[in-house]
Design a protein around this ligand. Structure first.
Ligand code: NZQ
Ligand code: ZN
Length: 384
């Protein structure tokens, strides 16, 4: 196992009715900005619950944060925070609202152009404190330090990470997810699954606990995911999916092990250029990444085949091929298509993506840093 430092201070309030507890988590005299997305919270009762618990408090609202949150929108919120003297943010929504709020939190005290936080990885030295009420299990944003923001003007989707943007608390009430449309349930399952794969499906470093935790999350997603479609009001299935998604990217399974993330980096370009949902891009890129890089991931692919899919018969080659096919089938079975062509994207996107990587001073991706432009090209070509 590699050396590691693990730190995660996020307080999780899990379960039905927990939104009622947030009043005690926010300083009594705080000037609060409640941030949210396109309005789902107003139709599923979450907004009303938040309003009720914050009644009598100093609350301003900022709605309209888009999926794949736009820099341009978030900068408007930064202005509001500065002008109104807001000193606490409450993000209510999915990963986009949480990520957007992390950016707002870091941008408010930032001196200079806040886009530099993402484009130049400028260091974040202060941030407005914030809490979250999560309504879409997928990203793990509720318990991590990451934020992904899109600059609409240039169609660039970039990320930053800072311990200063850990939420102070996150409410995970599975009942808030009952209203999710099937597409977002599907997206959440595929995103969480891929987060685990990025940290697990690399090469062995004798870290059996991390491996088994990762495999447990994968198996739970495979078992519980379909239940949420069969019965959208299945509280236990929703609760299990929600906790899986949080555990998939709160840092725990990734400690002391190599990590890949090539699928995500390529996927972000597909979202930026073609507007695909984040999880759709992962469902397209992950099976191809595993196929093209199977030689370097050989041992872990065999372990994955056996422990997650129960594949023990046949040659090593066949078992690996089967495990990758099972992964693709699983994504398709929960409703996410796995080919570029399914989304009307052609091979002409490849040179554009390579060019963008190179202009940004591309550092080869993957756990061995060997996913260079030629490998990216092969992965995308296989994804058609
Ligand atoms: O905007 P509203 O009206 O709220 O509707 C949203 C949105 O249209 C809707 N929704 C959310 N909760 C709902 C609901 N509809 C009904 N009932 C509910 N309970 O779902 C739509 C998608 O929401 P969004 O927040 O965009 O989805 P998700 O949570 O999948 O977040 C995706 C974003 O997170 C980034 C992605 O790149 C993407 O920008 N990621 C963030 C990560 C992180 N912070 O660690 C890691 C991930 O890999 C990912 O990159
Ligand atoms: Zn993701």
């Amino acid at each position: 196992m590699e050396n590691f430092v693990f730190y995660n201070p996020v307080k999780i309030l899990f379960g039905k009715g927990q939104i009622a507890k947030i009043a005690a988590e926010i300083p009594a005299d705080a000037r609060i900005l409640v941030t949210y997305g396109g309005g789902s919270i107003k139709t599923n009762g979450v907004y009303d619950q938040v309003k009720l618990v914050l009644a009598g408090r100093n609350v301003t609202e900022f709605g309209g944060i888009e999926p794949n949150p736009h820099l341009e929108t978030l900068l408007k919120a930064v202005e509001v925070v500065r002008k109104e003297g807001i000193d606490f943010l409450l993000a209510v929504g999915g990963g986009s609202v949480l990520d957007g709020t992390k950016f707002i939190a870091a941008a408010v005290p930032f001196v200079g152009d806040p886009w530099d936080i993402l484009a130049k990885q400028a260091s974040v030295t202060a941030a407005v404190p914030f809490g979250a009420v999560l309504t879409l299990p997928a990203t793990g944003s509720e318990m991590n330090t990451n934020s992904v923001v899109t600059k609409w003007e240039t169609q660039e989707k970039l990320y930053f990470s800072s311990p200063l943007v850990f939420p102070r608390f996150s409410v995970l009430d599975p009942e808030t997810t009952f209203s999710l449309p099937p597409r977002q349930i599907s997206n959440g399952i595929v995103d969480a699954y891929t987060h685990v794969m990025e940290q697990y499906l690399t090469y062995p470093v004798n870290a059996p606990l991390q491996d088994r935790m990762a495999e447990s999350i994968l198996k739970t997603l495979i078992e519980e995911g379909p239940k949420t479609f069969a019965n959208p009001q299945d509280y236990d299935a929703r609760a299990n999916i929600m906790w899986c998604a949080t555990m998939a990217l709160n840092g725990l399974i990734g400690v002391g092990v190599p990590q890949d993330w090539a699928t995500h980096m390529i996927g972000h370009e597909l979202t930026a250029l073609h507007g695909l949902d984040h999880a759709q891009t992962l469902a397209i890129v992950l099976p191809s990444t595993l196929t093209i890089r199977r030689d370097r991931k050989w041992q872990k692919l065999l372990q994955y085949a056996e422990r997650v899919w129960g594949i023990v018969d046949g040659s090593e080659e066949t078992r690996i091929t089967d495990a990758i096919a099972q992964t693709r089938n699983f994504f398709e079975s929960v409703g996410v298509r796995t080919r570029l062509a399914d989304y009307g994207v052609g091979l002409d996107t490849i040179p554009v993506i390579i060019d963008r990587f190179e202009k940004r001073g591309f550092v080869a991706l993957g756990e061995h840093q060997d996913v260079n432009p030629e490998v990216v090209e092969k992965i995308l070509a296989l994804s058609l």
